[in-house]
Design a binder for this molecule. Sequence first.
Ligand code: N01
Length: 545
Amino acid sequence: MANSSQRTPATNAGAVEHFDAIVIGAGISGLYQLIRLRELGLTARVYEAGGGVGGTWYWNRYPGARFDSESYTYGYSFSEELLQEWDWKEHFSGQPENERYVNYVADKFDLRRDIQFNANVVSAAYEETGNYWEIRLDDGARARARFLITAVGILSAQNIPPFEGIESFKGESFHTSRWPKEPVGLAGKRVGVIGTGATAVQLITEIAKEVGHLTVFQRTPNYCAPLRNGPIDPETQARIKASYPEIFKRTRETSAGFIHDFDPRSVFDVTPEERQARFEELWAQPGFGKWLGNFRDIMSNKEANELFAEFVRNKIRERVNDPVVAEKLVPRDHRFGTKRVPLESGYYEQFNRPNVLLVDLRESPIERITPLGVKTSDAEHQLDVIIYATGFDAVTGPLTRIDIRGEGGRSLKDKWADGPRTYLGIQSAGFPNLLTLVGPHNGATFCNMPRCIEQNVEWVTDCLRYMREKGFERIAASEQAEEAWTGHVNELAAGTLLSETASWFFGANIEGKKRAILMYLGGAKAFRAKCDEVAARDYEGFVLE
Ligand code: N01
Protein backbone atom coordinates (compact mmCIF):
# COMPACT_ATOMS: atom_id res chain seq x y z
CA MET A 1 0.00 0.00 0.00
CA ALA A 2 1.23 3.47 -0.83
CA ASN A 3 1.38 6.19 1.75
CA SER A 4 -0.29 9.59 1.47
CA SER A 5 2.72 11.34 -0.03
CA GLN A 6 2.60 9.10 -3.10
CA ARG A 7 -0.83 10.25 -4.12
CA THR A 8 -1.31 11.05 -7.80
CA PRO A 9 -2.58 14.61 -8.24
CA ALA A 10 -6.21 14.85 -9.28
CA THR A 11 -5.38 17.20 -12.12
CA ASN A 12 -3.40 14.62 -14.08
CA ALA A 13 -5.66 14.90 -17.12
CA GLY A 14 -6.02 11.70 -19.10
CA ALA A 15 -3.79 9.71 -16.78
CA VAL A 16 -5.12 6.84 -14.69
CA GLU A 17 -5.08 7.94 -11.09
CA HIS A 18 -3.91 5.53 -8.39
CA PHE A 19 -5.10 5.21 -4.82
CA ASP A 20 -5.00 2.64 -2.07
CA ALA A 21 -8.75 2.71 -1.88
CA ILE A 22 -11.59 4.04 -3.98
CA VAL A 23 -14.91 4.73 -2.34
CA ILE A 24 -18.06 5.12 -4.41
CA GLY A 25 -20.51 7.52 -2.79
CA ALA A 26 -20.18 10.50 -0.43
CA GLY A 27 -23.21 9.80 1.72
CA ILE A 28 -23.20 8.93 5.39
CA SER A 29 -21.15 5.75 4.86
CA GLY A 30 -18.71 7.07 2.25
CA LEU A 31 -17.78 10.09 4.35
CA TYR A 32 -17.15 8.06 7.47
CA GLN A 33 -15.15 5.52 5.48
CA LEU A 34 -12.97 8.32 4.13
CA ILE A 35 -12.24 9.54 7.66
CA ARG A 36 -11.20 6.05 8.73
CA LEU A 37 -9.10 5.40 5.62
CA ARG A 38 -7.20 8.59 6.27
CA GLU A 39 -6.57 7.53 9.83
CA LEU A 40 -5.05 4.33 8.47
CA GLY A 41 -2.76 6.48 6.35
CA LEU A 42 -4.23 5.19 3.10
CA THR A 43 -4.71 7.28 0.01
CA ALA A 44 -8.33 7.41 -0.97
CA ARG A 45 -10.62 9.06 -3.44
CA VAL A 46 -14.38 9.21 -3.09
CA TYR A 47 -16.34 9.41 -6.33
CA GLU A 48 -19.75 10.96 -5.89
CA ALA A 49 -22.38 11.21 -8.61
CA GLY A 50 -24.05 14.19 -6.95
CA GLY A 51 -22.84 17.74 -6.76
CA GLY A 52 -22.49 17.66 -2.98
CA VAL A 53 -22.16 15.40 0.04
CA GLY A 54 -25.03 13.66 1.82
CA GLY A 55 -26.25 10.81 -0.39
CA THR A 56 -29.86 10.31 0.65
CA TRP A 57 -29.94 13.85 2.09
CA TYR A 58 -28.47 15.32 -1.06
CA TRP A 59 -30.85 13.61 -3.48
CA ASN A 60 -34.12 13.41 -1.55
CA ARG A 61 -34.91 17.11 -1.32
CA TYR A 62 -38.61 16.70 -2.06
CA PRO A 63 -40.93 18.81 0.11
CA GLY A 64 -41.52 17.15 3.46
CA ALA A 65 -38.45 14.87 3.43
CA ARG A 66 -37.29 14.23 6.98
CA PHE A 67 -35.92 11.62 9.38
CA ASP A 68 -38.18 8.93 10.71
CA SER A 69 -35.39 8.25 13.22
CA GLU A 70 -34.98 10.41 16.30
CA SER A 71 -32.43 13.02 15.16
CA TYR A 72 -30.13 12.42 18.12
CA THR A 73 -29.91 8.71 17.25
CA TYR A 74 -29.12 9.44 13.61
CA GLY A 75 -26.02 11.66 13.75
CA TYR A 76 -22.54 10.16 13.70
CA SER A 77 -21.48 8.88 17.09
CA PHE A 78 -17.72 8.66 16.50
CA SER A 79 -16.82 12.20 17.51
CA GLU A 80 -17.78 13.52 20.93
CA GLU A 81 -16.80 17.00 19.76
CA LEU A 82 -19.19 16.78 16.82
CA LEU A 83 -21.97 15.50 19.07
CA GLN A 84 -21.52 18.42 21.42
CA GLU A 85 -21.21 21.02 18.66
CA TRP A 86 -24.26 20.09 16.66
CA ASP A 87 -27.72 21.17 17.83
CA TRP A 88 -30.55 19.17 16.32
CA LYS A 89 -33.46 21.59 16.11
CA GLU A 90 -36.28 19.05 15.80
CA HIS A 91 -36.85 15.59 17.19
CA PHE A 92 -37.18 14.35 13.59
CA SER A 93 -35.09 16.68 11.52
CA GLY A 94 -35.97 17.76 7.98
CA GLN A 95 -33.90 17.40 4.80
CA PRO A 96 -32.51 20.97 4.61
CA GLU A 97 -31.13 20.66 8.13
CA ASN A 98 -29.89 17.12 7.49
CA GLU A 99 -28.03 18.24 4.40
CA ARG A 100 -26.51 21.11 6.41
CA TYR A 101 -25.40 18.59 9.01
CA VAL A 102 -23.63 16.37 6.48
CA ASN A 103 -21.95 19.44 4.98
CA TYR A 104 -20.88 20.53 8.45
CA VAL A 105 -19.26 17.13 8.95
CA ALA A 106 -17.53 17.32 5.56
CA ASP A 107 -16.12 20.74 6.44
CA LYS A 108 -15.18 19.90 10.01
CA PHE A 109 -13.15 16.89 8.91
CA ASP A 110 -11.89 18.56 5.73
CA LEU A 111 -13.26 15.78 3.57
CA ARG A 112 -13.90 17.54 0.27
CA ARG A 113 -10.29 17.50 -0.91
CA ASP A 114 -10.56 13.74 -1.39
CA ILE A 115 -13.99 13.76 -3.02
CA GLN A 116 -14.67 14.16 -6.70
CA PHE A 117 -18.23 15.40 -7.24
CA ASN A 118 -20.40 14.93 -10.33
CA ALA A 119 -18.40 11.78 -10.89
CA ASN A 120 -20.63 9.00 -12.04
CA VAL A 121 -18.95 5.61 -11.80
CA VAL A 122 -20.24 3.44 -14.65
CA SER A 123 -17.95 0.44 -14.40
CA ALA A 124 -15.46 -1.25 -12.12
CA ALA A 125 -13.26 -4.16 -13.13
CA TYR A 126 -10.91 -6.32 -11.09
CA GLU A 127 -7.52 -6.84 -12.67
CA GLU A 128 -6.27 -10.21 -11.44
CA THR A 129 -2.59 -10.07 -12.23
CA GLY A 130 -2.08 -6.65 -10.68
CA ASN A 131 -4.66 -7.26 -7.91
CA TYR A 132 -6.33 -3.91 -8.32
CA TRP A 133 -9.69 -2.44 -9.29
CA GLU A 134 -10.10 -0.01 -12.13
CA ILE A 135 -13.13 2.21 -12.19
CA ARG A 136 -14.40 4.26 -15.08
CA LEU A 137 -16.53 7.39 -14.96
CA ASP A 138 -19.14 8.33 -17.53
CA ASP A 139 -16.75 10.92 -18.96
CA GLY A 140 -14.17 8.18 -19.62
CA ALA A 141 -11.83 9.09 -16.73
CA ARG A 142 -10.28 6.08 -14.99
CA ALA A 143 -8.73 5.39 -11.61
CA ARG A 144 -7.20 2.38 -9.91
CA ALA A 145 -6.98 1.17 -6.36
CA ARG A 146 -6.20 -2.00 -4.44
CA PHE A 147 -9.53 -1.78 -2.63
CA LEU A 148 -12.90 -0.77 -3.96
CA ILE A 149 -15.39 0.16 -1.28
CA THR A 150 -18.96 0.80 -2.33
CA ALA A 151 -20.92 3.25 -0.22
CA VAL A 152 -23.84 3.60 -2.60
CA GLY A 153 -26.70 3.19 -0.12
CA ILE A 154 -29.68 0.90 -0.51
CA LEU A 155 -32.21 3.43 -1.78
CA SER A 156 -30.36 5.42 -4.41
CA ALA A 157 -31.29 3.74 -7.70
CA GLN A 158 -34.55 5.43 -8.59
CA ASN A 159 -37.45 3.45 -9.99
CA ILE A 160 -39.74 5.04 -12.52
CA PRO A 161 -42.13 2.36 -13.77
CA PRO A 162 -42.18 2.05 -17.55
CA PHE A 163 -45.60 3.68 -18.04
CA GLU A 164 -46.59 3.90 -21.65
CA GLY A 165 -46.44 7.41 -23.05
CA ILE A 166 -44.24 8.68 -20.22
CA GLU A 167 -42.17 10.86 -22.55
CA SER A 168 -45.23 12.48 -24.07
CA PHE A 169 -46.24 14.45 -20.95
CA LYS A 170 -46.11 18.18 -21.68
CA GLY A 171 -45.93 19.39 -18.08
CA GLU A 172 -43.12 19.04 -15.57
CA SER A 173 -42.31 15.70 -13.95
CA PHE A 174 -39.99 14.66 -11.16
CA HIS A 175 -38.94 11.57 -9.29
CA THR A 176 -38.84 12.39 -5.59
CA SER A 177 -35.21 11.32 -5.26
CA ARG A 178 -34.09 13.59 -8.09
CA TRP A 179 -35.87 16.69 -6.85
CA PRO A 180 -34.26 19.88 -8.22
CA LYS A 181 -32.22 22.14 -5.99
CA GLU A 182 -34.07 25.18 -7.29
CA PRO A 183 -37.48 25.60 -5.69
CA VAL A 184 -40.25 23.96 -7.70
CA GLY A 185 -43.30 26.20 -7.91
CA LEU A 186 -46.31 24.05 -7.14
CA ALA A 187 -48.60 26.80 -5.86
CA GLY A 188 -51.95 26.75 -7.58
CA LYS A 189 -50.96 23.93 -9.95
CA ARG A 190 -52.69 20.65 -10.75
CA VAL A 191 -50.29 18.10 -9.31
CA GLY A 192 -50.42 14.31 -9.49
CA VAL A 193 -48.46 12.06 -7.14
CA ILE A 194 -48.00 8.42 -8.13
CA GLY A 195 -47.24 6.20 -5.14
CA THR A 196 -48.18 6.17 -1.47
CA GLY A 197 -45.04 4.84 0.24
CA ALA A 198 -43.07 6.56 3.01
CA THR A 199 -41.83 9.22 0.59
CA ALA A 200 -45.25 10.06 -0.86
CA VAL A 201 -46.78 10.24 2.61
CA GLN A 202 -44.29 12.94 3.62
CA LEU A 203 -44.60 14.75 0.30
CA ILE A 204 -48.40 14.72 0.03
CA THR A 205 -48.80 16.08 3.55
CA GLU A 206 -46.46 18.94 2.77
CA ILE A 207 -47.75 20.00 -0.65
CA ALA A 208 -51.53 19.46 -0.37
CA LYS A 209 -52.01 22.85 1.26
CA GLU A 210 -50.05 24.64 -1.44
CA VAL A 211 -51.12 23.12 -4.73
CA GLY A 212 -54.26 24.06 -6.62
CA HIS A 213 -55.39 20.48 -6.95
CA LEU A 214 -53.74 17.24 -5.89
CA THR A 215 -54.49 13.84 -7.37
CA VAL A 216 -53.03 10.94 -5.39
CA PHE A 217 -52.66 7.73 -7.39
CA GLN A 218 -52.65 4.90 -4.86
CA ARG A 219 -52.07 1.26 -5.70
CA THR A 220 -51.56 -0.08 -2.19
CA PRO A 221 -52.61 1.72 0.98
CA ASN A 222 -50.12 1.63 3.84
CA TYR A 223 -50.37 1.47 7.61
CA CYS A 224 -49.14 4.99 8.34
CA ALA A 225 -48.50 5.97 11.94
CA PRO A 226 -48.05 9.38 13.58
CA LEU A 227 -44.49 10.70 13.71
CA ARG A 228 -45.22 13.27 16.46
CA ASN A 229 -42.37 15.60 15.64
CA GLY A 230 -41.61 18.76 17.56
CA PRO A 231 -38.85 21.29 18.22
CA ILE A 232 -36.10 20.48 20.70
CA ASP A 233 -36.09 23.06 23.47
CA PRO A 234 -32.80 24.15 25.12
CA GLU A 235 -33.40 22.06 28.22
CA THR A 236 -34.02 18.90 26.18
CA GLN A 237 -31.01 19.77 24.03
CA ALA A 238 -28.79 19.85 27.10
CA ARG A 239 -30.25 16.56 28.32
CA ILE A 240 -29.65 14.91 24.94
CA LYS A 241 -26.06 16.10 24.84
CA ALA A 242 -25.42 14.82 28.33
CA SER A 243 -26.85 11.41 27.55
CA TYR A 244 -25.24 10.46 24.24
CA PRO A 245 -23.30 7.57 25.81
CA GLU A 246 -26.56 6.04 27.09
CA ILE A 247 -28.36 6.73 23.81
CA PHE A 248 -25.72 4.93 21.77
CA LYS A 249 -25.45 2.13 24.30
CA ARG A 250 -29.19 1.63 23.85
CA THR A 251 -29.05 1.74 20.02
CA ARG A 252 -26.31 -0.91 20.10
CA GLU A 253 -28.54 -3.20 22.10
CA THR A 254 -31.82 -2.92 20.18
CA SER A 255 -32.71 -5.10 17.22
CA ALA A 256 -32.63 -2.34 14.60
CA GLY A 257 -30.38 0.37 16.01
CA PHE A 258 -33.27 2.57 17.16
CA ILE A 259 -34.08 3.53 20.72
CA HIS A 260 -37.21 1.39 20.34
CA ASP A 261 -37.20 -2.33 20.84
CA PHE A 262 -39.81 -5.03 21.00
CA ASP A 263 -41.77 -5.63 24.18
CA PRO A 264 -40.78 -9.12 25.40
CA ARG A 265 -44.45 -9.87 26.10
CA SER A 266 -46.92 -11.49 23.72
CA VAL A 267 -50.13 -9.59 22.93
CA PHE A 268 -51.85 -12.59 24.48
CA ASP A 269 -50.05 -12.21 27.82
CA VAL A 270 -52.27 -9.26 28.69
CA THR A 271 -56.02 -8.68 28.93
CA PRO A 272 -57.80 -7.05 25.96
CA GLU A 273 -58.13 -3.86 28.03
CA GLU A 274 -54.42 -3.79 28.88
CA ARG A 275 -53.58 -4.49 25.26
CA GLN A 276 -55.76 -1.64 24.01
CA ALA A 277 -54.22 0.69 26.59
CA ARG A 278 -50.73 -0.32 25.49
CA PHE A 279 -51.60 0.18 21.80
CA GLU A 280 -52.90 3.67 22.63
CA GLU A 281 -49.77 4.43 24.62
CA LEU A 282 -47.54 3.37 21.73
CA TRP A 283 -49.67 5.37 19.31
CA ALA A 284 -49.23 8.51 21.40
CA GLN A 285 -45.44 8.23 21.41
CA PRO A 286 -43.14 9.74 18.76
CA GLY A 287 -41.31 7.62 16.21
CA PHE A 288 -41.20 3.93 15.38
CA GLY A 289 -42.32 2.58 18.77
CA LYS A 290 -45.65 1.50 17.24
CA TRP A 291 -43.73 -0.87 15.01
CA LEU A 292 -40.42 -1.70 16.65
CA GLY A 293 -41.52 -1.24 20.27
CA ASN A 294 -44.70 -3.27 19.99
CA PHE A 295 -45.45 -6.68 21.53
CA ARG A 296 -42.86 -9.17 20.28
CA ASP A 297 -45.29 -11.40 18.39
CA ILE A 298 -46.76 -8.56 16.28
CA MET A 299 -44.15 -9.38 13.67
CA SER A 300 -44.34 -13.16 13.90
CA ASN A 301 -47.89 -14.21 14.74
CA LYS A 302 -50.73 -13.55 12.31
CA GLU A 303 -53.40 -13.24 14.99
CA ALA A 304 -51.25 -10.89 17.06
CA ASN A 305 -50.48 -8.82 13.99
CA GLU A 306 -54.16 -8.62 13.05
CA LEU A 307 -55.04 -7.14 16.45
CA PHE A 308 -52.74 -4.19 15.88
CA ALA A 309 -53.55 -3.94 12.16
CA GLU A 310 -57.22 -3.49 13.04
CA PHE A 311 -56.29 -0.91 15.66
CA VAL A 312 -54.47 1.10 12.96
CA ARG A 313 -57.32 0.68 10.47
CA ASN A 314 -59.70 2.18 13.01
CA LYS A 315 -57.35 5.09 13.58
CA ILE A 316 -57.43 5.78 9.84
CA ARG A 317 -61.23 5.57 9.75
CA GLU A 318 -61.47 8.09 12.61
CA ARG A 319 -59.46 10.67 10.70
CA VAL A 320 -61.00 10.59 7.24
CA ASN A 321 -64.40 12.25 6.90
CA ASP A 322 -65.69 10.42 3.84
CA PRO A 323 -66.16 6.74 4.76
CA VAL A 324 -65.72 5.65 1.14
CA VAL A 325 -62.36 7.43 0.90
CA ALA A 326 -61.41 6.12 4.35
CA GLU A 327 -61.97 2.51 3.27
CA LYS A 328 -59.78 3.05 0.21
CA LEU A 329 -56.99 4.24 2.55
CA VAL A 330 -57.33 1.24 4.84
CA PRO A 331 -54.81 -1.53 4.07
CA ARG A 332 -56.11 -5.08 3.92
CA ASP A 333 -53.82 -6.86 1.47
CA HIS A 334 -50.78 -7.12 3.73
CA ARG A 335 -50.05 -7.29 7.41
CA PHE A 336 -48.98 -4.40 9.60
CA GLY A 337 -45.23 -3.76 9.53
CA THR A 338 -44.48 -6.17 6.70
CA LYS A 339 -43.74 -3.12 4.58
CA ARG A 340 -41.81 -0.16 5.96
CA VAL A 341 -44.29 1.76 8.13
CA PRO A 342 -44.53 5.36 6.86
CA LEU A 343 -44.55 7.92 9.65
CA GLU A 344 -46.80 10.89 9.07
CA SER A 345 -47.80 14.29 10.39
CA GLY A 346 -51.36 14.81 9.20
CA TYR A 347 -51.36 12.59 6.11
CA TYR A 348 -54.89 11.26 6.45
CA GLU A 349 -56.40 14.69 7.06
CA GLN A 350 -55.19 15.80 3.62
CA PHE A 351 -57.91 13.59 2.13
CA ASN A 352 -60.52 15.78 3.86
CA ARG A 353 -59.42 18.77 1.77
CA PRO A 354 -61.63 19.77 -1.14
CA ASN A 355 -58.59 20.06 -3.42
CA VAL A 356 -57.35 16.47 -2.86
CA LEU A 357 -58.60 13.49 -4.84
CA LEU A 358 -57.65 9.89 -4.10
CA VAL A 359 -57.57 7.64 -7.15
CA ASP A 360 -57.63 3.96 -6.27
CA LEU A 361 -55.53 2.24 -8.92
CA ARG A 362 -56.92 -1.16 -7.91
CA GLU A 363 -60.28 0.05 -9.23
CA SER A 364 -58.95 2.01 -12.18
CA PRO A 365 -55.33 1.22 -13.10
CA ILE A 366 -53.04 3.63 -14.92
CA GLU A 367 -53.25 2.90 -18.65
CA ARG A 368 -50.76 5.46 -19.83
CA ILE A 369 -49.27 8.89 -19.35
CA THR A 370 -50.65 11.32 -21.91
CA PRO A 371 -49.44 14.77 -22.99
CA LEU A 372 -52.02 16.20 -20.58
CA GLY A 373 -51.72 13.95 -17.56
CA VAL A 374 -52.48 10.42 -16.37
CA LYS A 375 -55.04 8.22 -18.09
CA THR A 376 -56.56 5.56 -15.88
CA SER A 377 -59.12 3.02 -17.02
CA ASP A 378 -61.96 5.39 -16.20
CA ALA A 379 -60.67 8.96 -16.65
CA GLU A 380 -57.91 11.21 -17.90
CA HIS A 381 -56.57 13.28 -14.99
CA GLN A 382 -55.23 16.52 -16.39
CA LEU A 383 -52.10 17.72 -14.62
CA ASP A 384 -49.43 20.40 -14.74
CA VAL A 385 -46.95 18.35 -12.72
CA ILE A 386 -46.47 14.59 -12.23
CA ILE A 387 -44.45 13.47 -9.22
CA TYR A 388 -43.18 9.91 -9.30
CA ALA A 389 -42.94 8.75 -5.68
CA THR A 390 -42.44 5.26 -7.04
CA GLY A 391 -39.48 4.18 -4.96
CA PHE A 392 -36.23 2.45 -5.76
CA ASP A 393 -34.54 -0.57 -7.26
CA ALA A 394 -33.52 -1.20 -3.68
CA VAL A 395 -30.34 -2.63 -2.16
CA THR A 396 -28.91 -4.46 -5.19
CA GLY A 397 -29.92 -1.81 -7.76
CA PRO A 398 -27.25 0.75 -6.81
CA LEU A 399 -24.60 -1.96 -7.30
CA THR A 400 -25.95 -3.79 -10.35
CA ARG A 401 -26.46 -0.52 -12.21
CA ILE A 402 -22.66 -0.21 -12.18
CA ASP A 403 -21.00 -2.71 -14.51
CA ILE A 404 -18.94 -4.47 -11.83
CA ARG A 405 -16.69 -7.27 -13.08
CA GLY A 406 -14.75 -9.58 -10.80
CA GLU A 407 -12.44 -12.52 -11.44
CA GLY A 408 -12.62 -13.83 -14.98
CA GLY A 409 -14.61 -10.76 -16.02
CA ARG A 410 -17.70 -12.12 -14.29
CA SER A 411 -20.44 -9.57 -13.85
CA LEU A 412 -21.94 -8.98 -10.40
CA LYS A 413 -25.30 -8.33 -12.00
CA ASP A 414 -25.23 -11.75 -13.69
CA LYS A 415 -24.06 -13.44 -10.53
CA TRP A 416 -26.99 -11.94 -8.61
CA ALA A 417 -29.61 -12.54 -11.30
CA ASP A 418 -31.35 -15.09 -9.05
CA GLY A 419 -30.91 -12.95 -5.93
CA PRO A 420 -27.80 -11.68 -4.16
CA ARG A 421 -25.16 -14.05 -2.87
CA THR A 422 -22.85 -12.58 -0.27
CA TYR A 423 -20.78 -13.22 2.79
CA LEU A 424 -21.93 -10.91 5.61
CA GLY A 425 -23.30 -8.56 2.95
CA ILE A 426 -19.75 -7.23 2.76
CA GLN A 427 -18.28 -9.39 0.01
CA SER A 428 -19.36 -11.62 -2.83
CA ALA A 429 -17.13 -14.55 -3.80
CA GLY A 430 -15.19 -13.91 -7.01
CA PHE A 431 -14.91 -10.19 -6.30
CA PRO A 432 -11.73 -9.87 -4.24
CA ASN A 433 -11.01 -6.59 -2.47
CA LEU A 434 -14.51 -5.33 -3.24
CA LEU A 435 -16.13 -4.34 0.04
CA THR A 436 -19.79 -3.43 -0.03
CA LEU A 437 -20.84 -1.18 2.86
CA VAL A 438 -24.52 -1.78 3.64
CA GLY A 439 -24.61 -4.35 0.85
CA PRO A 440 -27.42 -6.86 0.38
CA HIS A 441 -27.70 -9.33 3.30
CA ASN A 442 -25.86 -6.87 5.53
CA GLY A 443 -27.24 -6.13 8.99
CA ALA A 444 -27.28 -2.44 8.10
CA THR A 445 -30.09 -2.99 5.61
CA PHE A 446 -32.72 -3.20 8.35
CA CYS A 447 -31.37 -0.63 10.72
CA ASN A 448 -31.31 2.97 11.81
CA MET A 449 -28.75 3.52 9.08
CA PRO A 450 -25.90 5.50 10.64
CA ARG A 451 -25.76 3.19 13.63
CA CYS A 452 -25.06 0.18 11.43
CA ILE A 453 -23.04 2.16 8.90
CA GLU A 454 -20.54 3.01 11.64
CA GLN A 455 -20.32 -0.69 12.48
CA ASN A 456 -19.74 -1.58 8.81
CA VAL A 457 -17.08 1.07 8.31
CA GLU A 458 -15.26 0.22 11.52
CA TRP A 459 -15.27 -3.47 10.65
CA VAL A 460 -13.88 -2.80 7.16
CA THR A 461 -11.27 -0.42 8.60
CA ASP A 462 -10.15 -2.98 11.20
CA CYS A 463 -9.97 -5.58 8.44
CA LEU A 464 -7.73 -3.37 6.29
CA ARG A 465 -5.53 -2.63 9.30
CA TYR A 466 -5.25 -6.33 10.04
CA MET A 467 -4.32 -7.04 6.43
CA ARG A 468 -1.60 -4.43 6.49
CA GLU A 469 -0.20 -5.72 9.76
CA LYS A 470 -0.09 -9.28 8.44
CA GLY A 471 1.13 -8.32 4.99
CA PHE A 472 -2.01 -9.43 3.14
CA GLU A 473 -3.06 -7.63 -0.02
CA ARG A 474 -6.08 -9.58 -1.14
CA ILE A 475 -9.26 -10.56 0.64
CA ALA A 476 -11.95 -12.71 -0.91
CA ALA A 477 -15.01 -14.37 0.55
CA SER A 478 -14.83 -18.14 0.20
CA GLU A 479 -17.57 -19.90 -1.76
CA GLN A 480 -18.42 -21.96 1.32
CA ALA A 481 -18.77 -18.95 3.59
CA GLU A 482 -20.94 -17.24 1.02
CA GLU A 483 -23.09 -20.32 0.62
CA ALA A 484 -23.59 -20.60 4.37
CA TRP A 485 -24.34 -16.88 4.91
CA THR A 486 -26.73 -16.66 1.97
CA GLY A 487 -28.51 -19.78 3.20
CA HIS A 488 -28.74 -18.31 6.70
CA VAL A 489 -30.13 -15.00 5.38
CA ASN A 490 -32.74 -16.81 3.25
CA GLU A 491 -33.67 -19.09 6.15
CA LEU A 492 -34.21 -16.10 8.46
CA ALA A 493 -36.61 -14.61 5.92
CA ALA A 494 -38.49 -17.77 5.03
CA GLY A 495 -41.69 -18.21 6.95
CA THR A 496 -41.70 -14.68 8.37
CA LEU A 497 -44.74 -12.48 7.91
CA LEU A 498 -42.50 -10.17 5.89
CA SER A 499 -41.95 -12.86 3.26
CA GLU A 500 -45.69 -13.02 2.56
CA THR A 501 -45.75 -9.39 1.41
CA ALA A 502 -44.57 -8.06 -1.93
CA SER A 503 -42.20 -5.23 -0.99
CA TRP A 504 -38.88 -3.73 -1.93
CA PHE A 505 -37.35 -5.78 0.92
CA PHE A 506 -37.64 -8.71 -1.52
CA GLY A 507 -37.20 -6.80 -4.78
CA ALA A 508 -40.89 -7.36 -5.52
CA ASN A 509 -41.47 -3.73 -6.55
CA ILE A 510 -39.35 -4.01 -9.69
CA GLU A 511 -40.71 -5.72 -12.76
CA GLY A 512 -38.57 -8.70 -13.72
CA LYS A 513 -36.43 -8.59 -10.56
CA LYS A 514 -36.03 -12.01 -8.96
CA ARG A 515 -37.90 -12.12 -5.68
CA ALA A 516 -35.33 -12.80 -2.97
CA ILE A 517 -34.68 -11.32 0.43
CA LEU A 518 -32.30 -8.36 0.11
CA MET A 519 -32.04 -7.62 3.82
CA TYR A 520 -30.65 -9.35 6.87
CA LEU A 521 -33.52 -10.02 9.26
CA GLY A 522 -31.54 -11.38 12.20
CA GLY A 523 -31.19 -7.97 13.81
CA ALA A 524 -28.39 -5.45 14.04
CA LYS A 525 -27.12 -6.82 17.32
CA ALA A 526 -26.77 -10.38 16.04
CA PHE A 527 -25.10 -9.07 12.89
CA ARG A 528 -22.57 -7.10 14.90
CA ALA A 529 -21.82 -10.15 17.04
CA LYS A 530 -21.29 -12.31 13.95
CA CYS A 531 -18.96 -9.75 12.35
CA ASP A 532 -16.97 -9.46 15.58
CA GLU A 533 -16.68 -13.23 15.80
CA VAL A 534 -15.46 -13.50 12.20
CA ALA A 535 -12.83 -10.83 12.87
CA ALA A 536 -11.73 -12.45 16.14
CA ARG A 537 -11.19 -15.70 14.22
CA ASP A 538 -8.78 -14.01 11.85
CA TYR A 539 -11.49 -13.21 9.33
CA GLU A 540 -12.89 -16.68 9.15
CA GLY A 541 -14.62 -17.36 5.86
CA PHE A 542 -12.40 -14.96 3.96
CA VAL A 543 -9.33 -16.06 2.05
CA LEU A 544 -6.47 -13.66 2.78
CA GLU A 545 -3.39 -13.63 0.58
O1 N01 B 1 -40.89 3.98 -2.13
P1 N01 B 1 -41.85 2.71 -1.92
P2 N01 B 1 -40.69 5.24 -1.17
N1 N01 B 1 -48.06 2.02 -10.50
O2 N01 B 1 -41.28 1.64 -2.80
C1 N01 B 1 -46.02 2.85 -5.92
C2 N01 B 1 -37.21 5.04 2.78
N2 N01 B 1 -37.69 6.33 3.20
O3 N01 B 1 -39.76 6.17 -1.89
O4 N01 B 1 -47.08 -0.40 -2.90
C3 N01 B 1 -48.57 2.61 -9.42
O5 N01 B 1 -42.05 2.40 -0.53
C4 N01 B 1 -45.99 1.77 -4.90
O6 N01 B 1 -47.21 1.04 -4.92
P3 N01 B 1 -47.23 -0.50 -4.39
C5 N01 B 1 -38.00 3.94 3.49
O7 N01 B 1 -37.15 2.91 3.84
C6 N01 B 1 -37.19 6.82 4.35
O8 N01 B 1 -41.94 5.74 -0.70
O9 N01 B 1 -46.05 -1.17 -5.03
N3 N01 B 1 -47.91 2.77 -8.27
C7 N01 B 1 -45.77 2.57 -3.63
O10 N01 B 1 -46.94 3.14 -3.18
C8 N01 B 1 -38.95 3.53 2.42
O11 N01 B 1 -39.46 2.23 2.57
C9 N01 B 1 -37.60 8.02 4.82
O12 N01 B 1 -48.51 -1.01 -4.84
C10 N01 B 1 -46.64 2.32 -8.23
C11 N01 B 1 -44.84 3.68 -4.13
O13 N01 B 1 -45.00 3.76 -5.53
C12 N01 B 1 -38.09 3.67 1.20
O14 N01 B 1 -37.38 4.87 1.41
C13 N01 B 1 -38.56 8.74 4.15
C14 N01 B 1 -46.04 1.70 -9.33
C15 N01 B 1 -43.39 3.38 -3.86
O15 N01 B 1 -43.21 3.23 -2.50
C16 N01 B 1 -38.83 3.77 -0.11
O16 N01 B 1 -39.93 4.63 0.06
C17 N01 B 1 -39.06 8.24 2.97
C18 N01 B 1 -46.81 1.55 -10.50
N4 N01 B 1 -46.31 0.95 -11.58
C19 N01 B 1 -38.61 7.04 2.49
N5 N01 B 1 -44.78 1.37 -8.97
C20 N01 B 1 -36.97 8.50 6.08
O17 N01 B 1 -37.45 8.47 7.11
C21 N01 B 1 -44.62 1.75 -7.70
N6 N01 B 1 -45.75 2.33 -7.24
C22 N01 B 1 -35.65 8.94 6.11
